[in-house]
Design a protein around this ligand. Structure first.
Ligand SMILES: *Cc1c(COP(=O)(O)O)cnc(C)c1O
Length: 861
């Protein structure tokens, strides 16, 4: 084999069409079709052959053609108009600017740093494996659309994730096409003298991990991607950013150090080189970027002379952590020993003693393993504000991390939830938008109003559009199945059948996702005979399009794929069920719109949110799903179907059987009959009613711009304000909070509720009566101002051992006795009837605490 050295030469564009270069480099084209149209119009066939990628398109266009375009007045005018449009998009005030201007003196953050290990922005920039990355991409795009000043931070993986194909046996094989950053919409951060800017991290053994920084521009949002494949690194260091989620323990740790520590350094470079404001808030999307706190603490200790504890408070106040993992086994952990090697001895970052760092990642809860360093625990300890990604996942997360807050009920664990969303302009098929535009004068196609207005579109038109979308998917699927069979060793001559698979008039069910076990790819195969019957039903057939990648190291996942592929290979059913290899953004954009039903059957409650069903819904598909993640929250009985879960059933096989049968029953008795029940005009009115209802009621909710607004209002802005409060006056607030916490921690074992007395209501109290509560408490060395003594009251069960719908009433300090004893008292008005219970407890109180549970300290009566 020849060792071919490959690099891309960017074309020099003639002056009159030079803006094409900027239009190609800003990824806004990935969600703004008119921009793509310009590139496509150069040569539609070439556009397809370069994978609808503007940078590749310009490289592939011969110089003579570019010269001809430069002389074509019409084309030049379109380019100029597009450039002005982009400039306007980048500069004009959006929701955030309006909102920020109303905040007055309270202020709004000037920049928010968003850290994520993966980003799914466009097929042309394959830096994602699945949902987490797509979500991050949608987050940046929506932030751009509504003007939230985010700057993204991530890694540049030379081979991205992997490309999936199948061998003749239906077994997943992986290839890792090497990406050339010069052929991608990326530009290198450079010093003023033109040399590449570099961040350096010290590694054990005197080694260094160096990285250069690529910038992608996602509309208004810059995205900084660190790349260690540079001269000056040894082979090991060069390989750190080779693959997304490749390699094990130590390489993973180096990746995460580069993301967290290197990421903060990249942000500092970015500010120094461009004058961009220093971020007011840092958001870690999942736990992988937790080391960002180490770097920021070290900066504050060395730069501002803070103690470790005060620096930690300043950092915590301005950090947001989002957890996505509903199972302990899914959490990123490192052996403590490894952390000691990378962050101990001479390598300890200035001001961050190794013991303090280890303490931050320690599993201090029951059943925790003291030899492990846990990145989710780190995330919760470095971030004053944390969230899960759907309401149900919030509940699951609070339960999961309850052990970090002993003495508190799970529902008081300070983890809130913000339900995920999807970026409409990326995921809604153009045909759907065009249909909407024909019927309303709405210009912002991603607004709440535009989705509500979808309900007005005539049903026959919706149905006709849906058929076109199905046809589009059928065409795409045929080409993909054929290409896959050629890779699997078939000859074109024996593949005539692939031109006949699937049917644009048959009820189409989609199922695509990564293939971890909990997603249960093969649930539908529980009873193969029954599935066949559904597929081949002469009156009401269904067809199923399936896709999904298994992590390369996950043999079980690959077996599931093989089992599925073998089923789809069967000549008896292969015209009704197809597995499409290499699920990615490009495929997804065809798949969701072409489906009538989006199937999701995870093992509840392991799907933190899920987003593919949202994308399908925006394109007029009905969800058929286990009540998990977002669907648990927004299923309303008319927007699809809930597959009943056998939650309590212990035997997993039996549980699968029960749920699979429920799935078959639903398809056979409800889904298919409704789809095929047409009126005289051949319209399935009842089906269309559900589609219209879905689009107009779910549409407004599932938007990523709704999600980013929630992050902004509920987490980013409060975090920025907490951060400023602790920073003011030379970090007086941070020092004070650290001193307070240390005092309270040291003195807490002296804090007790000694005695509670009550009066004012008789044996059978009535609504409106007032209960006087007096609490005698010991506070040891703490003062009455350091604590809140409160009555927690609510409904109780018949045993009186649990409280629900708890509200609290803070009692007033009324008397001080000797030896640290105090009385607190207050009046509680009885407002609800029924079984009522209350208890008295003492909690830490300080304006710098975002939640009274933050410290995990409480003294219960
Ligand atoms: C949306 C999307 C996902 C995530 O979907 P889930 O429902 O969270 O499993 C994964 N991969 C691609 C390509 C996607 O577009």
């Amino acid at each position: 084999m020849k060792a071919i050295r490959r690099f891309s030469v960017r074309p020099v564009l003639p002056a009159s069409i030079a803006p094409l270069g900027d239009l190609a480099m800003n990824l806004r084209w990935s969600w703004h079709p008119p921009l793509r149209d310009i590139f496509e119009s150069i040569d539609p066939e070439r556009w397809l052959s370069v994978g609808a990628d503007p940078v590749a398109m310009l490289s592939a266009t011969p110089v003579e053609e570019l010269d001809a375009l430069a002389a074509d007045e019409g084309f030049v005018a379109r380019v100029a108009e597009a450039e002005q449009g982009l400039e306007r998009y980048l500069a004009e005030d959006r929701w955030y600017q309006q909102w920020a201007s109303e905040q007055g003196e309270d202020g709004a953050p000037a920049a928010i740093a968003y850290f994520s290990p993966e980003y799914g922005i466009a097929a042309a920039l394959p830096q994602y494996s699945g949902g987490l990355g797509i979500l991050a991409g949608d987050h940046l795009k929506a932030a751009s659309d509504i003007g939230v000043p985010i700057v993204g931070v991530g890694l540049f993986y030379k081979t991205g994730y992997f490309r999936q194909s199948l061998n003749h046996d239906g077994w997943q094989t992986e290839t890792y096409p090497v990406l050339d950053p010069d052929g991608l919409p990326l530009s290198l951060l450079r010093e003023e003298d033109g040399t590449a800017s570099v961040v350096v991290i010290d590694l054990p053994g005197g080694r260094e991990l160096r990285a250069q920084v690529w910038r992608a521009q996602v509309g208004r949002v810059p995205l900084l991607l660190l790349d260690s494949d540079i001269p000056g690194n040894d082979d090991g260091a060069r390989a750190v950013t080779e693959r997304l989620y490749g390699g094990g323990g130590e390489q993973r740790l180096q990746q995460e150090m580069l993301l967290g520590i290197g990421g903060v350094r990249a942000l500092r470079l970015w500010s120094r080189l461009t004058g961009a404001p220093t971020p007011d808030v840092y958001h870690s999307n999942e736990g992988h970027a937790g080391f960002l706190a180490v770097e920021r603490i070290s900066e504050l200790v060395t730069g501002e002379g803070l103690s470790f504890d005060a620096a930690l408070e300043a950092v915590r106040a301005a950090t947001v952590f989002t957890t996505h993992t509903p199972v302990p086994a899914g959490i990123d952990r490192f052996e403590r020993r490894l952390i000691e090697i990378y962050f101990g001895g001479d390598l300890a970052p200035a001001g961050v003693p190794i013991d303090s760092l280890l303490e931050l990642g320690k599993e201090t809860y029951e059943g925790g393993d003291s030899s492990m360093f846990n990145m989710a625990v780190l995330g919760l300890r470095i971030a004053q504000r944390a969230n899960g990604v759907s309401k149900l996942h919030g509940v699951v997360s609070r339960d999961m991390f309850d052990g970090l807050f002993p003495g508190f009920d799970a529902d008081e664990v300070p983890i809130t939830s913000i339900t995920n969303g999807v970026h409409g302009p990326t995921w809604v098929d153009r045909k759907v938008y065009e249909m909407a535009r024909r019927h309303s004068d709405i210009t912002d196609l991603d607004s709440r109003e535009s989705w509500e207005a979808m309900a007005e579109i005539p049903r026959d038109e919706v149905w006709a559009t849906k058929r076109e979308l199905r046809q589009q998917l059928v065409t795409e699927a045929r080409a993909r199945v054929r290409a896959s069979w050629i890779e699997r060793g078939a000859s074109p001559a024996e593949l005539g059948w692939t031109n006949e698979i699937l049917d644009p008039d048959v009820l189409t069910i989609g199922f695509a996702r990564r293939v971890p076990t909990y997603k249960r790819l093969t649930l539908m195969l529980s009873d193969p005979a029954r599935l066949k019957k559904l597929l081949l039903d002469p009156e009401r057939p269904v067809q199923i399009v399936i896709a999904g990648k298994s992590h390369p190291a996950d043999e079980t996942g690959k077996q599931l794929i093989q089992q599925m592929v073998k089923f789809t290979d069967d000549p008896e059913v292969r015209h009704r069920i197809a597995f499409l290899p290499n699920y990615d953004i490009a495929m997804a954009q065809h798949l969701y719109p072409g489906c009538d039903v989006w199937l999701n059957n995870p093992l509840r409650p392991f799907e933190a949110s899920g987003t593919s069903g949202m994308k399908a819904a925006l394109n007029g598909a009905l969800n058929l799903s286990i009540l998990d993640g977002w669907w648990d929250e927004w299923f309303d009985g008319n927007n699809g179907w809930a597959i009943p879960t056998a939650d309590g059933v212990e035997d997993p096989d039996r549980r699968d059987d029960i749920e699979a049968n429920a799935l078959y029953d639903l398809i056979e008795n409800q889904v298919a009959p409704r789809f095929y029940d047409v009126d005289d005009a051949k319209l399935p009115q009842n089906w269309l009613a559900m589609v219209m209802h879905t689009v107009s009621t779910l549409g407004p909710k599932v938007r990523a711009s709704r999600m980013v607004r929630e992050y902004t209002e509920r987490l980013y802005v409060p975090a920025a304000r907490s951060g400023w409060a602790l920073r003011d006056g030379d970090f007086a607030g941070a020092r004070d909070l650290a001193a307070y916490k240390s005092k309270v921690r040291a003195g807490w074992d002296q804090v007790h509720v000694d005695h509670v007395e009550s009066s004012g209501v008789g044996d059978s109290p009535e609504i409106g009566e007032t209960l006087h509560v007096g609490a005698y408490v010991s506070l040891g060395a703490l003062s009455p101002d350091d604590v809140e003594v409160q009555v927690a009251h609510g409904r109780t069960n018949h045993r009186g051992d649990d409280l629900h719908d708890v509200t609290t009433l803070a009692l007033e300090h009324t008397e001080t006795y000797e030896q640290g004893r105090h009385k607190f008292a207050g009046d509680l008005k009885l407002k609800t009837s029924g079984a009522f219970g209350y208890t008295v407890r003492v909690l830490p109180k300080h304006p710098g605490l975002a939640s009274p549970a933050s410290l995990g300290l409480v003294a219960n009566a």
